[in-house]
Design a protein around this ligand. Sequence first.
Ligand code: XIL
Length: 370
Amino acid sequence: MKPGAVGGVGRRAALSAGAALSVAGLSGESAATELPLRERARRKGLLFGAAARSFNLRDDPAYAAAFARECGVLVTEWEAKWGPLRPTREEFSFGAVDALWQFARRHGLGFRGHALVWHEHMPRWIAGMENRAARGILEEHIRRVLARYPRAQSWDVVNEAIDLKDGRADGLRQTVWLRALGPTYVRDAFVLARAADPHTLLTYNDYGIEYEDRDSRAKRVAVLRLLESLRQQDAPVDVFGVQAHLNPARPFDPAALRGFLRGAAEMGFDIYITELDVHDRDLPADGARRDRIVADHAQAWLEAALSEPRVKAVFTWGLSDRYNWRNEVEWSRRRDGLPSRGLPLDQDLQPKPFWTAIARTLDGAEPRGR
Ligand code: XIL
C-alpha cells in the first residue's frame, strides 16, 4: 500500500490541515515561539529526544541551543559504542561521553546510552579476544560504563541481536559475543546491566521490523520470540526499542504495526521509538516535495505507533540535517549528491514539515499513565 493511501479521506483531510499549520509555523520567527517537542511530549507523559555527537554540540552553539530547546533526552549517537570508547582492552576513552553527559546535566536532559552490546563498530582488539576472557571483558565494560553515568534515563543494552540471514533456529546473529558466550549472552548482558545500575531502564533495540515486506515480518516474529525467551529467562528487560529508520518506499500497514507493538506490550515491555528518521535517498530532489513525503510518511507511521499506549518515548537519530548521519554512510547517500532531508530540523536549524508531523502526532496522542 502506498503511504498516501493509508486511512482514506479523513486522514487526507487531517494531513492537509496539518500541512497548512506547518506552513504557518515554518518561518524562523514563528517557529521560535512554537512549543518545543520535549514539552509537547511531556504533556502526554511521553519523552522526546534525539541522538547527538559531543563535538557537534561543543563546536556549534546554535545547534546546541536548538538541541537543548527541543529535546528532553540526549542519546549518545556514536561515542558510547565500543569502537570509540575502548581503544584498547585496558583503556576506556570516556572524554566524549563525559561531555555528552555534562551537556545533558547542564540542560536538564535525560541521558540515554547506546549501546553496551552491538556487533558493529567494535575495536580491532576484540578479534583477538580469547573466548574464556569474554565474560570478564563484557562484565567490566558494563560495570564501568554504568558506574560512570549512574541513573541514566535508559541504555540500549543489546542492539540488533537478530539476523535471520545467519540461519540459526533462534534467529540470533553470529557475533563475537554469541561465539564466545553462547546464546544466553543476551540475557547475561541484561543481568550484568541491572546489577551495575538498578535504576536505569534497560532496552533491547532492533531494526527492520517496521514494515510489511517478507523480511520485516519474519524478523518481527523472531524479535518477539527473543523477547518472550528473555521473559522466560527472567532477564531484566524494561523496554523494547523499535529503531524506526523509516522508508516511504516500503509497504506500511498501520493495523499490522499496532498488532506487532501490542504483542510486545502484552509481554509487559514499554516500547520506545529509538532512532526515528526517514531514508530519503530515492525521493524527489525538490526540497519541498521531499519534505512533504518525509513528513506524511513519518506522521502516518508515528500515529500508528503512538496509538499503542505502551509506547512511551520518541527519539530521532539526529535532530537536524546539519549533522545527518545518512550523508556519511555510503549506502544511504543520495546518488544526485544532494544532502539528506530526513531529520526534523533543516540545515539552518529551522523546523521542517517532519518537525510539524512529530508535533501534531504528539499533540494528538492519548496521555500516558506513568
Ligand atoms: C550510526 C551513527 O549515526 C553514525 O554516526 C555511525 O557512523 C554509524 O552508526 N542503527 C544504530 C546506530 O543502532 O548505532 C547507527 O548509528 C544507525 C543505525
